[in-house]
Design a binder for this molecule. Structure first.
Ligand code: NAD
Length: 439
C-alpha cells in the first residue's frame, strides 16, 4: 500500500497562517514522506514518525531582561527550539535579529535536523533566537543579553543534550560569554556545550573557512560524478562574505575559473577569470565592489546580471530567495550550488529541475560549517586538538560521502538532488526513531 496524498497521511495541522519559512520546511517533509512511505511496511508507525518530525520536541521561550546604560530595564523575547534528537544531541545556532519569531526558529530547527542527517553527523536539530537589533545595543548590553539568554537555556543544554553555536549576528565572543555563564551555573568546565568558540577556548582550526571549503568539496565530488572538466568550468559567486569569499578562493585554487563575484554594492565580471587573490586583499581593506579598480577586460555588473551569466556553476552565497519566478527563465547554467540558506524558491527549483539544471541543495552544499562544528565538539570531548590538515581531510571524507550517498539515490529514483537529500535525511531520522522505540 502506498500513500498517494498528504491528506491520507497526516493529521498534524499545517496552517496557511504559519510563516513562509516554516510552511516551506514542513512542505519539504510532506513531499518527501510520500516518496519515503514505500520503504516502510508498518504504515501506522511511519505515519506517527512523520507526525513527530513535523513537530518540535521542546519549545523553550522566555523574556530576557537587562539594564541599559542608564539603568533602565529593557526586555527581549527569546526562544530555543529543540526539534528532534533521535540521531544525537540537538545542534543549531543562536540568531540575534529583530525579525526572529517562533515560527522562524522552528523552521530553522527543523532544517538543522535534516542538515545534520544529510551530512551524516550524529546530531539532531535545534535553533535559538532573540528578537533584538544588536546594532542598537552597547557592547555591555550585548554581553548582558547573551548571559541572560544562556541562563534561560542552561537547564536544557549540555554537550550530550543540546549544543548551540553562532548564527546571524552572533559570534565567537558571544559564545564565550554564554559558555562562561553556563559553566558558572553547572559548576564544571564544559567546552563542548557551545561550538564556534575562539581557538583559545577550544574552537577548531579550519572553522572560519569550513562552509566555503565544504562547498568546494561538494563541487569537486559533483565534477567527478559528472566528468566535468574543472579547468574549463566557469563559476559566478553571489555574496563575498564568510561563505562566498572562501568558496571563491578555494574553488579558484582548485582550478575553476571564477569569472564573477559580488557584494551588496555591485558585481565584478571578467569572462576570462578574475584575480581572486587581488579581490580578497581589496575586500580585506574594507573596499566595496562598486569602487573596485577595474583592469582591462573586467567590468562592473549588477547582482541581477550576475545570476543570469552563462557560467557552468552558479553559487548564490548571500541571501535567501535569490532565484525566483522573476529570474528563473534567465538562468542558463549547468549547476546551482546553494551556499546560502534557501536561495531558490520552490517554484524556481521545480522549473530548473525540469529544464535540466542540477540544483545542489543548501542542506548538503553548506553543511561544511556544521560538520566542522561537530569536529570542534569531538575535539572538546576528547581534550585533544587536531591540525588544520586533519580537519580538512576529515571534512573532505564526510562531505564526499554525503554527496555520494545522495547522488546514488538521485540516480536510483530519478529525482532531483534536493529530493534525494530530503529522502536520505528523513529516512535516517525516522530509522533512528524506530530503533529507539519512540514510534
Ligand atoms: P556574511 O554576512 O559574511 O556575507 C554576506 C555577503 O552577501 C556579503 O558579501 C554581502 O555584501 C552580500 N550581500 C548582502 N546583501 C546582498 C544582496 N542583496 N545582493 C548580493 N549580495 C549581498 O554572511 P555569510 O556568513 O557569508 O552567509 C551567507 C549565506 O550563507 C547566508 O544565507 C547564511 O545563512 C549561509 N550560511 C552561512 C554559514 C556560515 O558558516 N557562515 C553556514 C551555512 C549557511
Amino acid at each position: 500500500m502506498f500513500f498517494s496524498s498528504w491528506q491520507d497521511l497526516f493529521v498534524v495541522v499545517i496552517s496557511p497562517s504559519m510563516n513562509t519559512m516554516l510552511l516551506a520546511a514542513l512542505n519539504q517533509i510532506k513531499d518527501t514522506s510520500l516518496l519515503l512511505s514505500e520503504d516502510y511496511q508498518d504504515k501506522k508507525q511511519f505515519k506517527k514518525a512523520i507526525e513527530m518530525v513535523l513537530t518540535p520536541q521542546k519549545i523553550i521561550k522566555g523574556t530576557l531582561s537587562i539594564k541599559d546604560v542608564n539603568g533602565k530595564k529593557k526586555t527581549f523575547q527569546a526562544f530555543r527550539i529543540q526539534h528532534n534528537d533521535a540521531r544525537g544531541p540537538f545542534k543549531g545556532g543562536i540568531r540575534f535579529h529583530p525579525n526572529v519569531c517562533e515560527d522562524e526558529v522552528r523552521a530553522l530547527a527543523t532544517l538543522m535536523s535534516l542538515k545534520c542527517a544529510v551530512a551524516g553527523i550524529p546530531y539532531g536539530g535545534g535553533k535559538g533566537g532573540v528578537v533584538v537589533d544588536p546594532g542598537e545595543l552597547t557592547k555591555d548590553e550585548l554581553k548582558s543579553l547573551s548571559i541572560e539568554y544562556a541562563k534561560l537555556i542552561t537547564p536544557h543544554i549540555g554537550e550530550w543534550r543540546d549544543v548551540p553555536a553562532p548564527d546571524v549576528n552572533t559570534n565567537g565572543e558571544i559564545m564565550s560569554w554564554m559558555l562562561e555563564a553556563y559553566e558558572k551555573k553547572v559548576g564544571y568546565q564544559s567546552p563542548g556545550t557551545f561550538t564556534g568558540k575562539p581557538l583559545e577556548l577550544g574552537g577548531s582550526l579550519g572553522r572560519t573557512e569550513a562552509t566555503g571549503q565544504g562547498g568546494v568539496y561538494v563541487l569537486e565530488a559533483y565534477a567527478k560524478a559528472k566528468k566535468l572538466n574543472i579547468k574549463a568550468s566557469t563559476v559566478a559567486v553571489q555574496g563575498f562574505g564568510n561563505v562566498g569569499l572562501y568558496f571563491a578562493k578555494l574553488a579558484s585554487e582548485l582550478g575553476f575559473s571564477v569569472v564573477a563575484v559580488s557584494d551588496s554594492s555591485s558585481g565584478i565580471y571578467n569572462p576570462k577569470g578574475l584575480d581572486i587573490k587581488a579581490i580578497i586583499s581589496y575586500k580585506e581593506k574594507g573596499g566595496a565592489f562598486k569602487d573596485y579598480p577595474l583592469m582591462k577586460g573586467t567590468k562592473l555588473i549588477s547582482n541581477e546580471e550576475l545570476l543570469e551569466l552563462p557560467v557552468t556553476v552558479l553559487v548564490p552565497a548571500a541571501l535567501e530567495n535569490a532565484i525566483t519566478k522573476e529570474n528563473m527563465e534567465k538562468i542558463s547554467v549547468q549547476v546551482v550550488l546553494e551556499m546560502a540558506n534557501g536561495p531558490t524558491t520552490t517554484e524556481a527549483d521545480t522549473y530548473l529541475h525540469e529544464k535540466g539544471v542540477d540544483v545542489i541543495p543548501d542542506i548538503l552544499s553548506n553543511s561544511g560549517g556544521v560538520t566542522v562544528s561537530y569536529f570542534e565538539w569531538v575535539q572538546n570531548l576528547s581534550g585533544y586538538y587536531w591540525s588544520k590538515e586533519r580537519v580538512n581531510d576529515e571534512l573532505k571524507v564526510t562531505i564526499t560521502k554525503a554527496f555520494t550517498d545522495i547522488d546514488k539515490i538521485k540516480k536510483e529514483k530519478n529525482i532531483s538532488y534536493r529530493r534525494a537529500a530530503n529522502y536520505i535525511s528523513l529516512k535516517r531520522i525516522i530509522d533512528a526513531m524506530i530503533l529507539r522505540g519512540r514510534v
